[in-house]
Design a protein around this ligand. Structure first.
Ligand code: ADP
Ligand code: MG
Ligand code: MG
Length: 243
């Protein structure tokens, strides 16, 4: 489904990714872990097509098609959804309207259909519906932001869901809710690329593969056992020791 081949990426003239290879199949859950500044967000944003991240070598294929130079909105239309580590606040846009607009754009739903889908999702996920009349991300706690993003992903049902540290700055209850939504999407056929700094969210998920990125390179790939090694002995225990 997603094939990243020998990907080299520059941001503002700084080389950040140095030859990333990553293969995510249909309905697989891949985890990418790594120390701060290793290039995890860069990888996510490059796959999503953020214009600041320049591909200098290599390619990104999605369902066999080259997407390396497609604009981000085209990638979204193809079924790639990225949840940001730091979502933006948008004053004056109510969440219900924001979600209705997304469903109209991506699924062609009219206002009423979208409204129904949104309320059904809120119920299925056990979220608080009062969130819908609030303004987008304004005054939201970390956990609330993440839950809203996960609701968005759940409604969109992307083919590939990329999550950049959905577990950072959230409490245990929010973490469980977030993990539950990821699991539901995964069970319904979505492939997931989950970027995380800590292994805690993996207590609730069962990844196909775990990759460790250091200094812009994947230095190890394996099973969930890699997470245990990292938790016990740190990132220096995995791959080379350049950093
Ligand atoms: P991670 O998500 O693993 O913490 P990032 O991908 O955010 O790492 O960052 C990798 C490196 O790239 C860091 O050294 C960071 O300072 C740099 N970097 C990332 N994004 C930008 C940007 N927009 N402008 C300048 N430098 C950036
Ligand atoms: Mg970081
Ligand atoms: Mg990051």
């Amino acid at each position: 489904m997603l094939k990243v081949e020998n990907l080299w990426v520059k941001v503002e003239d700084k080389e950040i990714l140095k030859g990333i290879n990553l293969n995510i199949g249909e309905n697989e859950l891949h985890v990418v872990m790594g120390p701060n500044g290793s290039g995890k967000s860069t990888l996510a944003l490059t796959i999503a097509g953020h214009p600041k991240y320049k591909v200098i070598q290599g390619s990104i294929l999605f369902e066999g098609e080259e997407i390396t130079s497609l604009p981000p909105e085209e990638r979204v239309k193809k079924g790639i959804f990225l949840s940001f580590q730091h979502p933006v606040e948008v004053d004056g846009v109510k969440i219900i309207h924001f979600l209705q607009r997304i469903l109209k754009n991506l699924k062609g739903m009219d206002e009423i259909k979208a409204y129904e889908a949104i309320y059904t999702a809120i119920k299925e996920l056990g979220l608080d519906e009062s969130i819908l009349t609030r303004f987008l991300n304004v005054g939201f706690s970390g956990g609330e932001r993440k839950k809203l993003e996960m609701l968005q992903a759940y409604l969109v049902e992307p083919k590939l869901l990329i999550l950049d540290e959905p577990d950072s700055g959230v409490d245990v209850d929010s973490l469980k809710t977030i993990a539950k939504i990821i699991r539901r999407l995964y069970e319904r056929g979505t492939s997931v690329l989950l970027i995380t700094h800590y292994g805690r969210i993996l207590e609730y998920l069962n990844p196909t593969k775990v990759h460790v990125i250091k200094n812009g390179k994947i230095v190890a790939s394996g099973s969930i056992d890699l997470v245990k090694i990292i938790e016990e002995r740190g990132y220096s225990a995995v791959g080379d020791n350049e950093e």
